[in-house]
Design a protein around this ligand. Sequence first.
Ligand SMILES: C[S@@+](CC[C@H](N)C(=O)[O-])C[C@H]1O[C@@H](n2cnc3c(N)ncnc32)[C@H](O)[C@@H]1O
Ligand code: SF4
Ligand code: SF4
Length: 300
Amino acid sequence: MKKLEFLKLALFGIKTIIFKKKKPILGTIILTDYCNLHCKHCAVNNINQIMNPYEDIVEEMQDFYNDGIRILFFCGGETLLWEHNDKTIRDLIKKAKEIGFYIVNIVTNGTIDLDIPEADVIFLSIDGNRQAHNTIRGDTFDTIINNISKADNSNICIYMAINKLNYKTVTEVCTLAKENPNINSISFNFHTPYKGTEDLSLSHSEKEETIYTIKNMIKKGFPIFNLQCALDKYLKNTWQRPCYQCIVSENNKKYVCGRCVEIEGLCKECGYLFAVEFSMLFDGNIKAILQMLKTYLKYV
Ligand SMILES: C[S@@+](CC[C@H](N)C(=O)[O-])C[C@H]1O[C@@H](n2cnc3c(N)ncnc32)[C@H](O)[C@@H]1O
Ligand code: SF4
Ligand code: SF4
């Protein structure tokens, strides 16, 4: 990110806080809901089985940009399954940069070739050590590690959704993030209990134990891309939601915060830490602002 872009984001933050604005800054486009996996905790794969056309996605990007959004995520289903008339994710990222987005990130399950130098950050889902990950995501751990070792760009951030099946392996995944030269950082979310996945939620004491572990790892210098203060706030479950600064677009329909916003009662149980962090940040929480500056400058 260039200095001027950083300053513009800072100005957006100041205006949002002072004038209590609800304008968005971070947008996510769902490229397709097709997925090659059926993870135990996931409720958004292979529902409509739509592969969005390139032209529609460009329109969604342009809409986002016109609305003031400057940080863009591409997500799925499996994001890297997306293709249309010979266009791939790399063409979409190049187009997004041409339009003017400052940061363009993708989220992927890592089972497909990761040669995507255009992405600022590749959020790659690894859900625990080999055994826990394979229990949740099928036998994919070795393929993913192999794809990471072949990747040329090292801007990979592990994305781990913590649940009942993997919370004991957080330390191991942090160690993997620290020791693998192609991995830049690790970011956690907690399980959000969509219908049928409620049994994967941690109890309050398991959450406490896990947050204690993560905070300890941050203190020890592990490359963790979460804000400490948001972990505490998540545990207290007192943060404001939905987060108005985040928008998701799927098949041209827009949702404030996440697609999950329409599921009755789910926001109360939300485990997506980005929503906690953005909500605190734009509420003017000084700790969140300082920790966000430090973390973003280090890992983006
Ligand atoms: C829906 S996936 C789409 C991108 C890609 N297929 C992947 O797995 O990374 C995006 C992220 O949401 C996470 N996720 C899915 N279901 C979740 C849930 N119930 N609670 C928290 N995170 C969840 C996944 O683990 C993944 O990191
Ligand atoms: S790979 Fe991603 S989209 Fe596919 S089932 Fe798993 S979490 Fe869901
Ligand atoms: S707060 Fe946002 S991310 Fe969390 S469940 Fe609600 S809509 Fe989804």
